[in-house]
Design a protein around this ligand. Sequence first.
Ligand SMILES: Cc1cc2nc3c(=O)[nH]c(=O)nc-3n(C[C@H](O)[C@H](O)[C@H](O)COP(=O)(O)OP(=O)(O)OC[C@H]3O[C@@H](n4cnc5c(N)ncnc54)[C@H](O)[C@@H]3O)c2cc1C
Ligand code: SF4
Length: 557
Amino acid sequence: MSEAEVERESMEYDVVIVGAGPAGLSAAIRIKQLAAEAGSDVSVAVLEKGAEVGAHILSGAVIDPRALEELFPKWREMDTPLKTPVTRDKFLFLGPAGSLGFPEIFFPPFMSNHGMYIASLGNICRWLNDQAEALGVEVYPGIAVSDVVLNEDGSVKGVVTGDLGVAKDGSHKGGYTPGMELHGKYTLIGEGVRGSVAKKLIARFDLANGRDPQKFGLGIKELWEIDPAKHVPGMVVHTMGWPLSKGTGGGSFMYHFEENLVSVGFVVHLNYSNPHISPFDEMQRHKHHPELAQYLEGGKRISYGARAITEGGLQSVPKLSFPGGALIGCSAGFVNLPRIKGTHNAMKTGMLAAEAAFAAVSGGRQHDELESYEPAVNASWVHKDLHRVRNVKPLWTKFGNIIGLGLGGIDMWTNYLFGFSFFGTMHHTKPDHASLTRAADAKPIDYPKPDGKLSFDKLSSVFLSNTNHEEDQPVHLVLADASIPLDQNLPAFDEPAQRYCPAGVYEITRDDDGSNPKFVINAQNCVHCKTCDIKDPAQNINWTVPEGGGGPVYPNM
Ligand SMILES: Cc1cc2nc3c(=O)[nH]c(=O)nc-3n(C[C@H](O)[C@H](O)[C@H](O)COP(=O)(O)OP(=O)(O)OC[C@H]3O[C@@H](n4cnc5c(N)ncnc54)[C@H](O)[C@@H]3O)c2cc1C
Ligand code: SF4
């Protein structure tokens, strides 16, 4: 945690929120709504590292509008980006050439997507941002929060934003501007999955004590514009099986929405064991399956990106409050994995933290724990949403894609019908970075070459993410020990960072004769998915914020 070494300007707010995702923006809106109802004034600032709100947002997304309904009861009369209701809901198990469809009757009703909407979460955040600003929230995009600042008693006093104008070698360039401190009576952390500030707070306040390790997937997504004759507005397709091997969890989604747009995504669970796996190449080859190719052929890929997703569920949610603030949304991890939905829970937890913060500020308190927040989450529908699916991921991990998921299905039914599980509550036993087997003991995978029509290479993909970082700045992917990639990871795991990074950031380069390996970090390509921070087997890579405004600029992901 930073002790101020440089003279920093500071600003005072009642509530400071890190991250303009659905969690952060819903929290900001709720505080302002409560203040308006009470006739009081509560100042709220939201800081966002993307160049604009929505620039770093990547999701599916099929949206459960439940939290939106609570935040804006008249949302259906407002001009929201939720324009495509789900009309068809297909679940397929893929083999290499064929597929087996599972009728909806196999799944408990809460798994149904009817009543949900397909949309771009980036556009939803842009809309929420407009609502927040109209209520008087100060939203600052292009500002990356690098750390928190502490009071003398150890409580969180606020945040510090990253310095601007620091050269790669650490010297100050012309235009150097030290980061600012933003002090809040309460600080809410809505950084999404594997937040870099959340990670420090979880460690500092031991928030994960007694909880299971968090589990993750890597989601890689493309946006396609397809032949209007093939577009089925409102169609949702989820697949499992091919091309992943039996022991690797994951699956794909395809959502048809708006004007001939299709979201195509592939999620690989990051507890995979074979270090030869390349989630990017799995994604590329899965599009050649006839079930997907029939829609994509003749279409145009218009955007690409990647983001990790939390998968641990209820057992992995850390303690939510700490002195001076709280974790909201996917910084804590509220994704319902079998439903592949986290937005409604991110919004609702943001709203519940907002209610706790508003009550505290109104009562003249500051920098203490928002003790009412976690019980409020546990009493809310968020807890119910996650509780009835709590064993799906542990069963999947333990018994694999077929038996594990079959048992998961039965478990969801018994939870739904009788509020009961034969398995009690199962646990996640190890973190994802500890799951790799040695490269020499694992089966090599020969991925097909991209055809340039349905499948593509990494560099042309990253190009479509509009990723840009100021090149002359310190590398934001910080190695605790620079020798580990070559001395440990290369011999043991053939340095898996070369393959798990979906943006080609990590490379092993060699001389022409294959000698003299070097570990190269092309930090400017980073799309901020956080996978390296999660999956590096030595936990040697620390993802820190680059200069604010850098990273992808997703249009409507
Ligand atoms: C591939 C994929 C598919 C998904 N599909 C669905 C779906 O169909 N339906 C659904 O409901 N959910 C889905 N989810 C999950 C959903 O996207 C998340 O649950 C949701 O985005 C979490 O919201 P959040 O506000 O907590 O975090 P995020 O949406 O990640 O937002 C966090 C924001 O904080 C910013 N930020 C992070 N760190 C800092 C910092 N230090 N300083 C300043 N700003 C910072 C980020 O740039 C970002 O804008 C999917 C996720 C993935 C990855
Ligand atoms: S460097 Fe890390 S965070 Fe950036 S794109 Fe690669 S895996 Fe993701």
